[in-house]
Design a binder for this molecule. Structure first.
Ligand code: ADP
Length: 391
C-alpha cells in the first residue's frame, strides 16, 4: 500500500529535516556529502560549504574514518550491509577534535537509478555519562560491601596478627636471656634476632593486606533526600526485575525531611532488600503476583521509613530468628551476609531494620531512620505521591 504523504510535508521536508535533533547527512554512492541538516552543523561545528562534497569520514576519527569508505564501496559491490540498514555504535569527531560516542544508522535511498545514503547520527554522550555514573555507583556499592565484610573478618585478622606477635615476644625474651649470660653466643643471638625480624615482617604483611582491602574511606554522612536516593537505585534494579517480568512500583511520600546518613550505605541496604524481594518472587515463579512496592514515608515518631513489599515466599517461621545472622542463607548461591550487614549499617545510623510477613503473601522488609537533628534540615520537594512503574 502506498503511503499518502501530505502536500505540506512534501513542500516542507527540508524544514522537518532541519528541526530534527539528530544530525542527518546524505551522501552519494561515491561517499561525498550532498546534504547536512542544521543539527549536523551545530554538533560538528563546520560551515555547510566545508562539508558539502567532502567525505562522511571527515566527521569520524581514525580508524572509523578509514573504514567508512571501505564500507560504502563494499556495500555497492556485494550488497553486504554491515552497518547499512542496521546501524552501530562508533565515535564521531567535531571540527575542534572533540571525539564523542554516536549511534550511526545508515539507510539507502534510490532515485532514478542513482543511489544515496542517509546517515542519522545520534549523540550518545548523555547515555555514556549515565552509564559510567551507574558503573561508578555499582563500584561504590561493591566497595561498601567489602568494607562491611571486613568488619566480619576482624576476628580472623586479629588471629593472624596475634601469631607473629606472640612469636616476636618469645624470641625477644630469648634474646634478653642470652644477653644476660656472661658468655654471649653471638651466633645463636643473631639467629634469634633474624627470626624476630621475619615475624615482624609477617605481621606487617598482614596489616598491609588489610590496608589494601579497605583502601577507601567510608562513612561520610550528609543531609540526604531519601526519595532521590531510592530513585537513583532504579537503573540498578530494573534490569534484574524486568528480566523476571517483575514490576517495581515506587510509591514515595511527599515533603519528607532530609536525613543525615551515608548515602552509599543506605543505598546498599535498599538495594539488598529489593534484590532479596526479587529472589523471593522468582522462587515462587511470581504465582502470588508480580509487583514489588518500594515506599517511603515519614512516621509520627519522627523517623523516615523505607519499606520493600513483595509477594514472594515470605519468611518461614523456623527461619525468622536467623535471617539477620551472618552467613545464614536459604539460597543455593547465597552468602547470607546481606541482611546482617544491612542491619549493622542501619543500627549504626540509629535506626532499625525489621520485617513482617504480609497477610496475603510474601514479606515486607523495612528500615526506619531517625530524622536529622540538624537545624538546617530542609523538606524535600516531591509532588503528590509519586508513582513510577516499570516491568
Ligand atoms: P542471602 O540473600 O545471601 O541469602 P541475606 O542475608 O540477604 O543473604 O538473606 C538471608 C535469608 O533471609 C535469605 O536466604 C532468605 O531465606 C531470607 N530472606 C531475605 N529476604 C527475604 C524476602 N524478601 N522474602 C523471603 N525471605 C527472605
Amino acid at each position: 500500500m502506498e503511503t499518502k504523504i501530505p502536500i505540506w510535508l512534501k513542500e516542507n521536508a527540508w524544514r522537518v529535516l532541519n528541526s530534527v535533533v539528530d544530525s542527518i547527512v546524505i551522501i552519494s554512492s561515491r561517499g561525498s556529502i550532498q546534504y547536512v541538516n542544521e543539527a549536523t552543523l551545530k554538533t560538528f561545528g563546520y560551515k555547510e560549504h566545508e562539508l558539502l562534497g567532502s567525505s562522511l569520514a571527515m566527521l569520524m576519527p581514525a580508524p572509523y574514518s578509514d573504514e567508512h569508505e571501505h564500507y560504502v564501496s563494499r556495500y555497492l559491490k556485494s550488497g553486504d550491509a554491515h552497518i547499512i540498514g542496521i546501524g552501530r555504535e562508533l565515535s564521531a569527531q567535531t571540527k575542534t577534535g572533540r571525539i564523542f560516542p554516536i549511534y550511526l544508522a545508515i539507510s539507502e535511498i534510490s532515485d532514478h537509478g542513482e543511489t544515496f545514503f542517509a546517515g542519522i547520527i545520534h549523540d550518545l554522550t548523555a547515555q555514556e555519562a549515565a552509564r559510567s555514573k551507574m558503573l561508578e555507583q555499582q563500584n561504590e556499592l561493591a566497595h561498601v560491601g567489602r568494607v562491611n565484610t571486613m568488619g566480619e573478618l576482624t576476628a580472623s585478622i586479629a588471629h593472624e596478627i596475634n601469631q607473629p606477635l606472640t612469636a616476636i615476644a618469645m624470641y625477644a625474651q630469648a634474646c634478653l636471656q642470652m644477653l644476660d649470660k656472661e658468655d654471649i653466643d653471638k651466633k645463636r643471638l643473631s639467629e634469634a634476632m633474624d627470626k624476630l625480624v621475619v615475624q615482624s615482617l609477617r605481621a606487617g604483611t598482614v596489616i598491609e593486606r588489610v590496608q589494601r582491602f579497605v583502601r577507601k574511606e567510608s562513612g561520610q554522612r550528609e543531609l540526604i533526600d531519601i526519595n532521590s536516593l531510592i530513585m537513583d537505585l532504579k537503573p540498578l534494579v530494573e534490569g534484574d526485575a524486568s528480566l523476571h517480568e517483575i514490576e517495581l512500583v515506587f510509591s514515595l511520600g511527599r515533603n519528607l525531611k532530609k536525613i543525615m546518613c551515608d548515602a552509599i550505605q543506605i543505598q546498599q541496604v535498599a538495594l539488598n532488600l529489593i534484590r532479596n524481594a526479587v529472589d523471593a518472587m522468582v522462587e515462587t515463579g511470581c504465582k502470588n503476583g508480580s509487583k514489588i512496592v518500594i515506599s517511603s514515608a515519614q512516621n509520627s515518631d519522627d523517623t523516615i521509613q523505607i519499606l520493600v513489599k513483595d509477594s514472594g515466599t515470605g519468611v518461614k517461621a523456623d527461619q525468622a530468628d536467623f535471617i539477620f545472622s551472618a552467613f545464614h542463607t536459604t539460597k543455593v548461591e547465597g552468602m547470607g551476609m546481606g541482611l546482617s550487614i544491612c542491619r549493622s549499617i542501619i543500627e549504626r545510623h540509629g535506626g532499625v531494620l525489621e520485617f513482617h510477613n504480609n497477610p496475603d503473601a510474601g514479606a515486607s522488609f523495612y528500615f526506619c531512620l531517625p530524622l536529622s537533628i540538624e537545624p538546617d534540615t530542609e523538606t524535600t520537594k516531591m509532588p503528590d505521591i509519586t508513582r513510577t512503574t516499570m516491568g
